[in-house]
Design a protein around this ligand. Structure first.
Ligand code: MTE
Length: 328
């Protein structure tokens, strides 16, 4: 059951800086009064031992994977520690700068992905069996969080299209839904004050979006198996959409003819929608989306339509008008 969100969590717009507004989304989770927040650019980096390699990983042989040079960006790659220190993973904590050591507790083997719904044959597949069947490559993508921070990272993984082909959906399937692990022992917020929120974290896309060349399933980052705070062992990357669409630590992939209601949309439909395509001209109800702050620095840069990927994805939305809902 969804916990009723008290209206008191909203800050008056006049009183808020963008960063304090981000906290406001965290307050939505906490139901507490807004407090101070670390600016993304000023996050203290953790020491090297926090980033030390996990015990030998059966997928280590895939890294570093060959980079697919089709996907070029005109931005510097974000420092690995900056990207691995400022993370959103609400199952652990609503504070972006404090996820890393908590996420170290995430157990990523054994890990199974259930593929079901409107498919020829529902199946459960072990992550390493799946990886062995997928075309693994590296792609450098931009990532734009709805909270206005951004990063540019080398993801390793495989196209969502390869998973769709593997799953063999029925012709009647129209959407792909992906869910994060539900595990109250692993994820403190699923059992605590936030237990009434719509866990597991659920995201979805149309089949056309899923089979667009850009849609990518991530297994690694920076030439290594993905650090847990990034959503190991399997997370989504839809670089033309706000980052909340990129669901982490996926255990379920379902094909359906019904548009799913997603996690943030369920919590606050006025602010977070199904489409969530990046558009600098469409403000979030409580802050501007015109600019973003690349992690690791304090300088702001302009945000681009579809996060710079209009050429690859704008046609997906042709004929759908310019409704605000496409960009929230
Ligand atoms: N997936 C789950 N399961 N839980 C989350 O809290 N946060 C989302 C997305 N995927 C989130 C999630 C948001 S808001 C963003 S911006 C990205 O993950 C952040 O990815 P990163 O931490 O690897 O930068």
């Amino acid at each position: 059951m969804l916990i009723k969100i008290p209206r008191g969590w909203e800050l008056p717009e006049s009183a808020a800086t963008p960063e304090s507004l981000f906290l406001n989304r965290r307050e939505l989770m906490k139901g507490l009064a807004a407090g101070p927040i670390l600016a993304a650019g000023s996050v203290p980096f953790l020491t090297d031992d926090v980033f030390a390699a996990d015990p030998p990983d059966p997928s280590a042989k895939y890294y570093p994977a060959k980079r697919n040079e089709t996907y070029k960006v005109d931005r510097a790659i974000t420092d690995e520690k900056a990207a691995g220190t400022w993370n959103n993973f609400y199952e652990f904590l609503p504070q972006a700068g404090e996820i890393t050591d908590r996420a170290a507790k995430l157990v990523v083997r054994p890990w199974e992905v259930a593929i079901g719904g409107m498919v020829e044959k529902p199946q459960k597949v072990a992550i390493d069996t799946l990886l062995a069947a997928m075309p693994i490559e590296e792609r450098v993508y931009r990532h734009r969080c709805v909270e206005t921070w951004s990063m540019t990272v080398p993801w390793t993984g495989f196209p969502v299209k390869a998973l769709v082909d593997y799953a063999k959906p029925l012709g009647s399937a129209k959407f792909v839904v992906m869910k994060t692990l539900m595990d109250k022992d692993m994820f403190p917020t699923q059992r605590s004050f936030f237990a009434g929120y719509p866990w597991p974290y659920t995201e979805g896309m149309t089949i056309e979006e899923a089979t667009n060349d850009l849609a990518f399933l991530v297994t690694g980052v920076y030439g290594k198996p993905a650090a847990k705070q990034h959503g190991a062992p399997l997370r989504l990357a839809l670089p033309w959409k706000y980052g909340f669409k990129s669901v982490k630590s996926i255990v379920e992939v379902t094909f359906t003819d019904q548009r799913p209601t997603t996690f943030w949309e369920t919590l606050q439909p006025r602010e977070y929608g199904f489409w969530a395509n990046v558009n600098p001209a469409v403000d979030h109800p409580r802050w501007s989306q015109a600019e973003e702050r690349p992690l690791g620095g304090s300088r702001k840069v302009p945000t681009l339509l579809y996060n710079g990927y209009a050429e690859q994805v704008a046609s997906l939305y042709a004929g759908m008008g310019n409704a605000r809902t496409l960009f929230m």
